[in-house]
Ligand binder design. Sequence first.
Ligand SMILES: [Zn+2]
Length: 453
Amino acid sequence: MKRLITFIMLGILVIGVVFSNGYVYADSVDNFISIRLTSPVKSNEVVHLYGEEGFLIFNKRNLTDYLEYITEEKIKVKIVDGKSIAIFDMEDNLIYSYKQEDELILTSSNYRNVQVEDKNYRDFIEFKIIDGRLLIINYVDLENYLYGVVPREMPAYFEMEALKSQAIASRTYALKNLNKHSSQGFDLCDTIHCQVYGGMDGEHERSNWAVDETRGMILTYNGSIIDALYHSNSGGITEDSSDAWGYSHPYLISVEDRFSTDAPNSNWTYNLSTDEVKTKLSNHGIYIGSILDMEIIDTTSSGRVKKLKIIGSLGEKVLNKGEIREVFGLNEIKSNLFTVKKDFKGSTSSLVYAIDGEGLAPQLVDLNNVSVIDGNLKQRSSRGLISRFINKNGIVDRELPQGVDNFIIEGKGYGHGVGMSQWGAQRMAEEGYSFEDILKYYYSGVDITTNNR
Ligand SMILES: [Zn+2]
């Protein structure tokens, strides 16, 4: 793969792929990327393909002449002897077999789509054997890839200028992240980890139009391609990348975002009981006993929660940034831009820590059950006589510490908050802003240039 990328970068490959029937497949194979397909996978042992009028097999480095024509429209692909990729007809007769190193790819003879299990993909399908499993890779032209990404990352009914902004952000993101999976033998995966890609089935004429209208356009800063991160809704202010992940980019700084204050998930509330907190923590291997309290102890410059302390009867746990949504759920705590309110519901919980004169570990005791005894073990007073507490500064505090029953998380926005807010882009487009305005608003100081890859 590395070799191939170098090869592509050097631009040695053929410019303009023309099939024998005169059909121009793509401007250049320089623009092809490899996407690991996970969504159609039913089995790692056998994959079913359907190709109208059969299949053509090519060497990846020479798309002008095919090596083999398979007349069967339905084929099965399997690993044989742990190292060969073999193509069978539906009666299990071997049609063709090759080694991964041969770098072969196949497409249907109609030059339009290959059906992999029950999903359709443009361009070529490549198979690789990784750890004894068959990997299905879509070797696809970048613009065709974007047809399958834009409607999965942004609803196709969004305003055209918002869809164009998404197309440019997704194109930029793909090119910037080409090495994300290079050690595994492909460029990008088809999940939220990279960008969601649904192949042909999810395509929509509006999002295809947005891709076509922005063909080749990417975002650069001082001539370098940017990391075009995006999210659903900023909640009113975007996040600086250095606050989110510790690396700073001049184009990913926090911006005030009034466009994201009146849209789905601009405001949300999530209630959870102390028991639910305990369960969620223990599901992630965190055991701190009964939950007594929760407090935000640090926030980023945009106000997003950096550190959330949870106090339990057996200890405390500080959750950092990403851990918070991981533990409580990405759809429950939709962003880190939140505050915590507490619902006491007149609880009579009176659990406190007490430590004896020997300085042993603090013990959890219920004040309703305590007595005060003197040095001769003689009872001096009971709980009934204790009416007020004095804190360590000698100030009379309150009668009894109240226990929390519920936490009310009040938040704004959805997603990590870095870069373009998709709902903000939609609102800007509704107000008449162009895709240039939208992209330059969310990515500070960038230029929109044409991809010369
Ligand atoms: Zn990925």
